[in-house]
Design a protein around this ligand. Structure first.
Ligand code: ADP
Ligand code: MG
Length: 312
């Protein structure tokens, strides 16, 4: 059955550097075009943690060497990351489509703003890791030098953390819907979307990075998608993750998932937002399902052969 699918791409779909990204988008595009080839309508969202950190750091250094350059707001850095990730992704998808003889399918990236609530408590509690991993010593230096908040990230080293408010509304949803309804492949809400707050008719950039898993859930609901697929670095979701009684899950009802969330099985900032986004989408209307799986397993996952399915 042909489905409308919103795909959220994780860090492993893009790599950590410009050359890594050029290579990574090729295999990412294969996974995406596998679904398009099956006749599904596909809308793509991607993360930007390493990239937005990299851009922001580069802009900070610019303002240090050129006193005429004020610092670049984080919202602008998110916009920059959407453009350059979208550029690589849309070209790689275009090429993969043409390589398979699928012609006449336009691919475009939408610079997307996402409204957040200026009173969201997340603005006072930075939680979203961005940029590179550092040693404790380097993290202490960065905190001193730039005033950045640094935090240990799941045993993998220290990273800068920034505010990550909840997405409320996608500003460009009308344009995205028009393109999707016309059969075009759209990359939207990159890096969770450019965070903005509404001031009368003015949209004001916010210093934050929205979680792409939550933004993809809002997009999937708005587009009345059948399926939200969150592609990441693990094939399935586990309970007791990393322990000897670890158990990989193939199928989860909304109630079971909520129970496991309460029991603390999913790490905040990594698996927790994915399961939360999956639950929110699956319970938003009958027939909607979410799938969390490995990037390379997208095709098998949609056929029900692998991954963790979350449903009502
Ligand atoms: P992405 O870039 O795709 O958003 P993240 O690193 O943020 O990836 O989140 C995926 C990671 O979450 C997995 O690679 C895994 O290490 C970790 N993780 C934490 N808790 C769990 C769990 N309960 N089950 C599976 N993976 C988990
Ligand atoms: Mg993540």
């Amino acid at each position: 059955m042909k489905k409308r699918i919103v795909i959220a791409l994780g860090g492993n779909a893009l790599g950590n550097t410009l050359p890594e990204q050029m290579i990574a988008v090729k295999s990412t595009s294969k996974a995406i075009v596998d679904l398009i080839e099956e006749g599904h309508e596909v809308i793509i969202v991607h993360g930007n943690g390493p990239q937005v950190g990299m851009i922001n750091q580069a802009m900070i250094e610019l303002s240090r060497v050129d006193e005429k350059q004020p610092n670049t707001p984080l919202s602008v850095c998110v916009a920059m990351s959407q453009a350059y990730i979208g550029y690589d992704l849309q070209n790689a998808i275009r090429e993969e489509l043409l390589n398979r003889g699928l012609t006449g399918i336009p691919v475009a990236t939408m610079v997307t703003q996402v409204r957040v609530d200026e009173n969201d408590p997340a603005f006072h509690n930075p939680s979203k890791p961005i940029g590179r991993f550092m040693s404790k010593e380097d993290a202490d230096i960065a905190a001193q030098k730039y005033g950045h908040e640094m935090r240990e990230d799941a045993g993998r080293g220290y990273r800068r953390v920034v505010a990550s408010p909840k997405p409320m509304e996608i500003v460009e949803i009308g344009a995205i819907r028009t393109l999707v309804d016309a059969g075009e492949i759209v990359i939207a809400c990159g890096g969770g979307g450019i965070p903005v707050t509404l001031k009368g008719n003015h949209l004001r950039g916010a210093s934050a990075v929205i979680d792409k898993d939550f933004a993809s859930c809002v997009l999937a609901k708005e587009l009345n998608a059948d399926c939200l697929i969150i592609l990441t670095a693990v094939e399935k979701v586990a309970i007791n993750f990393g322990r000897e009684n670890e158990q990989w899950l193939s199928d989860l009802s909304v109630e079971e998932a909520q129970q496991y969330i309460e029991e603390g099985h999913f790490a905040p900032g990594s698996m927790l937002p994915k399961v939360q986004a999956a639950v929110e989408f699956a319970q938003s209307a009958p027939g909607r399902t979410a799938l969390i799986t490995l990037l390379e397993k997208a095709k098998d996952g949609i056929l029900g052969k692998t991954g963790t399915q979350i449903h009502q």
